[in-house]
Design a protein around this ligand. Structure first.
Ligand code: KG4
Ligand code: ZN
Length: 339
């Protein structure tokens, strides 16, 4: 079975062709047209700019993704939410038109569900054993989700305010570093001292599963203000030390809540996914600290970031059950909550 998929929920225009044979997921093509350079000068994603760029690139990206010979295509999967509404519309309306033109059924996929299924890419569907816990950490989300079966989700905890990726991005902006901040902070952190600054770890040790990164962001803002007030500028070593301290504080919170959720729900699989999930130190910290009898699944770094292959991966379980959505009923929903 082959599935074509489209993802335009934020600032990447993505299309993929994915094959499912004997439960093994193989990516035939996975095209991502990144808009990072367009948004860099604003220090974050500008919705209007993102939507215009999607409109320009969606057809070439789909053309590129489908240029390999593709027969027996079972379905066309598309992200219908959550995300930026103007960006979502581009992918959703294009999918509807193609489904009519190609006469293939549509599957609507939640973006978070896509991230959850990203680690199965290039693996067997059977590697996901239940119950499973997924930690989704991206620019827009920080969620711990319990999965009792395919498509059966319940919320363990989520952020009350900023997402973990936002904490990276906003901290980077305060230090004058480019967008997206996560990879840059991570790179500079390797030349810094993570004990140099004492960054608060909000809501750690509170026995709850909610996160809060907004307080951490304010503490970082004050810290930077104090340093620049005394020394006027941030020298490179200070920036490196700040990066190392910030990165460790964010990782500490994510690991702490993950371990507590494992203690409570005893999963067989622990999934780490989303853009922040490509952070090497976070991956290593979770892998090292979870009990050895729990299978740890994290996507290859390129599938941590937004991509369409993960949307096809999530769509497969719906395609098997023939859970299709008629085009008349398919619409973008910016606030679609998986749980
Ligand atoms: O999943 P994603 O591509 O898009 C959303 O759905 O938000 O995640 C993007 C986020 C950004 O906030 C970016 O700074 C962060 O992932 N990120 C990282 C790393 N790579 C990307 N954060 C920390 N360390 C990284 N290596
Ligand atoms: Zn995402």
């Amino acid at each position: 079975m082959k599935i074509i998929s489209i993802e335009t929920s934020c600032d990447d225009t993505c299309a993929a062709l994915v094959d499912f044979f004997k439960e093994k997921i193989s990516v035939k093509s996975n095209i991502v047209s990144s808009q990072i350079d367009l948004h860099k000068k604003y220090g974050g994603v500008v919705p209007e700019v993102a939507a215009r760029a999607h409109i320009k690139t969606i057809i070439p990206v789909i053309k590129e993704a489908t240029k390999r010979k593709a027969n027996s295509i079972e379905a066309l999967a598309v992200t219908t939410g959550p995300g930026l509404i103007t960006s979502l519309h581009v992918g959703v309306e294009t999918a509807k038109a193609l489904s009519l033109a190609w006469n293939i059924p549509l599957i609507n996929v939640n973006h978070i569900e896509g991230h959850i299924y990203a680690p199965l890419i290039n693996k067997s569907y059977r590697s996901l054993r239940f119950p499973a816990i997924a930690l989704i950490v991206s620019g827009g989300h920080t969620e711990l989700i319990l999965m009792r079966d395919h498509g059966k989700y319940s919320l363990i905890g989520r952020t009350r305010d900023d997402a973990a990726g936002e904490a990276f991005d906003k901290s980077a902006k305060m230090m004058g570093l480019p967008y997206p901040g996560g990879p840059e902070i991570s790179r500079l952190a390797s030349s810094g001292d993570h004990g140099a600054f004492d960054i608060p770890r909000p809501m750690i040790n509170d026995g709850q599963f909610e996160f809060s990164f907004s307080g951490m962001k304010n503490a970082i803002r004050l810290l930077i203000k104090n340093i620049t007030y005394k020394n006027r500028t941030l020298d490179q070593q200070t920036i490196n030390n700040l990066c190392a301290s910030i990165e460790l504080a964010i990782i500490d919170v994510l690991v702490d809540k993950s371990l507590k959720s494992i203690e409570k729900y005893h999963p067989k699989t622990f999934i780490l996914s989303g853009g922040v999930g490509s952070n090497k130190k976070l991956r290593a910290a979770i892998k090292k600290s979870i009990p050895k009898n729990i299978r740890f699944l994290a996507p290859e770094p390129k599938f941590c970031m937004d991509n369409a292959a993960m949307i096809a991966s999530a769509a497969y379980q719906k395609a098997r059950k023939k859970q299709f959505t008629p085009y008349q009923k398919l619409s973008a929903n910016a606030n679609w909550e998986l749980v």
